[in-house]
Design a protein around this ligand. Sequence first.
Ligand SMILES: Nc1nc2c(ncn2[C@@H]2O[C@H](COP(=O)(O)OP(=O)(O)OP(=O)(O)O)[C@@H](O)[C@H]2O)c(=O)[nH]1
Length: 388
Amino acid sequence: MHSIDMLFAYVIGGFGAWAAALMMLVAVQGDRLHRGVLARCALGFGVVGAGMVLSGVVERDARWPILTLAMAAVVGTLVIYRASRQLVGAPAVGRPRRLSEIAALCLALLLAWAAGPRSFALAFHLLCLAVSLGITWTVRRALVAPRNAAEAAMAVTLLLYAGSWAYALHAAVRYHGAEHRHLLYVEPPWLAAYGVMYALLPLLVGAHVLNLANARLDRRLRRQASTDELTGLLTRRALNERAAAWHADVLERERQPAVLLLDIDHFKPINDNHGHERGDEVLRAVSGRLRGTLREGTPLARWGGEEFLVLLDAVSLDEAGATAERMRAAVGATPFAFGDARLPVTISIGVAPWPAGGVFSHAVRESDAAMYTAKHEGRDRVRVAGAE
Ligand SMILES: Nc1nc2c(ncn2[C@@H]2O[C@H](COP(=O)(O)OP(=O)(O)OP(=O)(O)O)[C@@H](O)[C@H]2O)c(=O)[nH]1
């Protein structure tokens, strides 16, 4: 959930639900409540809720989710505030003033955004703190004796945020006087229904928002666990997990499952002479060439530092050997170009069958032994286990 913690998500997840509960009241209260005004309030809450959901779904870097939420909070709150002003009969805020307020807020957020994710999160949280203090002060004052329509409208907005429509109306009525007191009356069954929705919907929506966030986190963790960060190939763990199902499928299609273990020759000198970063580039480039020789979907993993493992589905062990030969040639035939430098790289490959009833780790050990034979025989070659 990035810098937005779970509890925050949970509480904000309730806003949309509170708006829904409020709309239900509007629907049954008819023109006793100002439909247009409350519809606008619901729209404002909808914007804030959508921002919240989006901030949970969008994932690009740490600043996007919080910016989405901040913008939605600003726009949504402005919509609600305007509606609240209408509710208490205050004249609409002039466009230039409103625009300059929005611009100042956006500018502050953009400056914090430009300074980096941490300062942005800090700025946003400070903003939230300031708003909380403002809420406490304005509501206290407006409930006791609002000085003007704007203050009453602010109290209504803030109380709506707290989900308490009755108190919001109370604040409105205090400003308007006794002739609006009937607004506070709601038929008891609807009040009970409102209470139930008020209590349950935030739970449901909040749980949904949390589920969305958790599902995304789960997907990201799975992706990270199964993809090697440097090369984009499968990780050893991911290949181990897939091996048994792959084996059963290949045998069912009456093909020969084979295991290929590939190791880059003299990789240490590449690191030592050209630096670790160049070594990483070589690993990526070799991975790309290996991938290019294989059919889409053939499991290819980074098995260790400069070792790769392929699960090959072939007609025979000879054909698996021929594929290994193509992979060796694909890597060794042309030197890798890095700027002006040309770096020849070769690989040694061991091939072993993985027969029906055989154990994966045994096939891997056999291909490993065959690969070491290839190394001892001078490298840049393919050796098939059991072949002379
Ligand atoms: N750049 C880079 N180097 C790595 C990485 N993982 C392992 N290595 C290096 O790979 C080298 C492997 O060296 P050795 O196992 O001695 O083998 P070699 O030099 O390739 O020699 P042979 O395998 O015998 O041909 C070590 O120097 C490791 O530090 C990596 O992710 N990036």
